[in-house]
Structures are given as structure tokens and as C-alpha cells.
Design a protein around this ligand. Structure first.
Ligand code: ADP
Ligand code: MG
Length: 319
């Protein structure tokens, strides 16, 4: 049993309340808070040894714990507003806490988000953050809204984070610019908040890539009951990734986790206007494929030839 079957079997129940617009199963839940706005809510836990290496700096840990939560808000097209922080610490270390809180407030200030509560306990190091954002009523980017014929896009470049983690695990020499770039992409992913907000005008379907492109696109396909074709020659890969991992770059891009880029769909009618608007805002996105009927499943093409799906799926805590 994987984590998603576990959630489905034990926790995913029909809503009792009319003010829950969207419950378990997407990047955020969405609830009604008034006549014009809805609230997008997400929680993510980071456990030492599972989500971060024990030697991570306090500053990188604070940054990443906020960034991964803001990324879920971005994937809904929500504007981030508030977070709560539940922090479990083995012991009080003032240097560590000072560095942690300074970095925490730096990223919160950058996105105009307030820390409004939380909990502090003693135990193995772990963090649970709940982030809340505002979504104009009737807007939002949902996993179940992809339509046959839509184009599939991703933001930024893919695979850098998995490569950065690989370098950290190998304890490699981080002296070259490319090594440093990839490690930074792993430690300091950019939540695509501005992109999520801009997409509300053109799209209604997105997910953030936390578990790997194929796994996360798979969630869109399953929820929307559609298939997809991807054109691998068009995958956006950074020069740094290609220079260090020429042979593994594509594998990292397809199945590596924690890029926190957005994968989204857009109709043919909206494509050109969307591309123009994002270009004018300096936001990089790349078309990587097309939504097809569910009977076709997921097909990967490289230069018009079908290539097999990689064996290794995305990240699942229980598989
Ligand atoms: P994400 O990667 O976007 O954070 P997850 O894959 O972790 O989302 O979770 C999938 C869905 O299941 C989300 O809607 C999440 O809120 C929900 N979920 C996860 N664990 C639980 C739980 N223990 N109880 C209720 N809902 C859960
Ligand atoms: Mg998500």
C-alpha cells in the first residue's frame, strides 16, 4: 500500500459541510469564507532524515519548509497570506534558532506572509507548516480540470533538485559553479507564486512537481480521467544539469522529486495569450506535451519515436 491508497482508505470521506468546496486530494483544500473569496489551505511536514539531511543549515531548513508550502498554494493559483509553524526540536540551541527564525522571516516577508501561530515541542527534529492563501471565488487551478486537447506546460527547468540531492549525498566537491547551482536548486527551490496567480486568467489545472514530473502529472491524468503524450526532446533542462549529468538528466527530470516547478494545462485558444503574458512578466514556461483521451494512457515520445516509461516512479513514502 502506498501513501495515496492509505489516505484514500482511511481519511478521504465525503464532506459534511457545504462550505468545503474542495477536500482531500489536491494541492490544497478550498473552503468558502465569504461572498467573494475562498481560502486555500495546505499542510506539509518535513522530517529529519526523510525530507532533509541531518546536516542541513538552520537557514536552508527554514527557507525550504516555507517554500514547499507556498508551492502548494501556487499550484492552486492562491495568493499566500498566513502560515502556522509546528516545530519539534531535540534541544534549545540559540544560535540555531536565531539563524532559523531570521531565514524564516526573510522568505515570509518576501511573499508578504504572516506567521500567525503554531506549536513548539521537544523530540526528533521535524516541522509541520500549514499555509493559507486567498483565492478569488470561482478561480483556482485543480488537478481534475485537464481537458483533452489542452497543452501541457512546466515552469523553469526540471531535474536540478534531484541532481543537487545526489551531489549532497555523494558528499561531492562543490567547487564548480554547476555543482553549487544544482545544490542550491535542491536547498532553495523557488515557489512559483507569481506564475500560479497569473495562470488564473488562462488555466484551471495545475499541480506542483514535488514527487517527480511523471508522478505528479499522473495525479492530473487520474483526477481528470485523461491521458497524455509528452515530447521528451522539449523537456526544459538546465545547462548546469546537462554539464554534470549528461546521461542522467532526462531521468532526473522525469522522476526526480522536489523541483517545485508547476505543471499545468492550457487550452489551444488561451495558449498564445498566456505565453505572451508570462513572457512579459519574465516567467519561463515550456510546452512539453498534450492531453489525450484516457484510453491512450501516458505515452512518451522522443523525436517522434515512442520510448518506454521509466521503471522508477515518483516518490511515495510507503513504496
Ligand atoms: P502535496 O504533495 O500536494 O502536499 P500530498 O500528496 O501530500 O499533497 O497529499 C495528497 C492529498 O491528501 C492532499 O490533498 C492532502 O491534503 C491529503 N492528505 C494527506 N495526508 C492526509 C491525512 N492524514 N488526512 C487527511 N488528508 C490527507
Ligand atoms: Mg502539491
Amino acid at each position: 500500500m502506498g501513501e495515496f491508497d492509505l489516505i484514500q482508505q482511511y481519511f478521504s470521506k465525503p464532506s459534511q459541510r457545504a462550505d468545503v468546496s474542495l477536500s482531500i486530494g489536491d494541492d490544497c483544500a478550498v473552503t468558502q469564507i465569504g461572498a467573494n473569496d475562498t481560502l486555500a489551505i495546505t499542510t506539509d511536514t518535513l522530517v529529519c532524515g526523510t525530507h532533509f539531511l541531518p546536516n542541513i543549515s538552520a537557514s536552508d531548513l527554514a527557507y525550504k519548509s516555507v517554500a514547499v508550502n507556498l508551492s502548494d498554494l501556487a499550484a492552486m493559483g492562491a495568493s499566500p497570506a498566513w502560515i502556522s509553524l509546528a516545530l519539534t526540536l531535540p534541544k534549545i540551541q540559540h544560535n540555531w534558532l536565531a539563524e532559523f527564525s531570521q531565514s524564516l522571516f526573510a522568505i515570509l516577508n518576501r511573499y508578504h506572509v504572516d506567521l500567525i501561530g503554531g506549536d513548539t515541542t521537544q523530540g526528533h527534529l521535524s516541522l509541520t507548516l500549514t499555509a493559507q492563501g486567498i483565492l478569488p471565488k470561482g478561480k483556482g487551478l485543480f488537478r481534475h480540470k485537464a481537458q483533452i486537447g489542452d497543452w501541457i506546460f512546466v515552469s523553469g527547468t526540471l531535474g536540478d533538485s534531484a541532481a543537487g540531492l545526489d551531489l549532497l549525498l555523494k558528499n561531492g566537491n562543490l567547487s564548480t559553479e554547476s555543482y553549487r547551482y544544482l545544490v542550491q536548486r535542491h536547498l532553495r527551490p523557488t515557489p512559483r507564486v507569481e506564475l500560479g496567480l497569473a495562470l488564473n486568467a488562462f488555466s484551471c489545472c495545475a499541480i506542483d512537481i514535488s514527487d517527480g514530473l511523471l508522478a505528479d502529472l499522473g495525479h492530473i491524468l487520474k483526477k481528470s480521467q485523461v491521458g497524455a503524450e509528452l515530447y521528451l526532446e522539449g523537456l526544459p533542462l538546465s545547462q548546469h544539469l546537462l554539464s554534470v549529468y549528461e546521461n542522467q538528466a532526462e531521468q532526473f527530470a522525469l522522476t526526480g522529486g522536489e523541483d517545485y516547478e508547476l505543471c499545468f494545462t492550457v487550452s489551444n485558444d488561451n495558449r498564445e495569450k498566456m505565453e505572451q503574458t508570462l513572457r512579459s512578466q519574465g516567467i519561463k514556461v515550456t510546452c512539453i506535451g498534450k492531453i489525450t483521451p484516457s484510453t491512450s494512457g501516458l505515452i512518451l515520445y522522443k523525436n517522434h519515436q515512442i520510448v518506454p516509461l521509466p521503471q522508477q516512479g515518483g516518490f511515495d513514502h510507503f513504496k
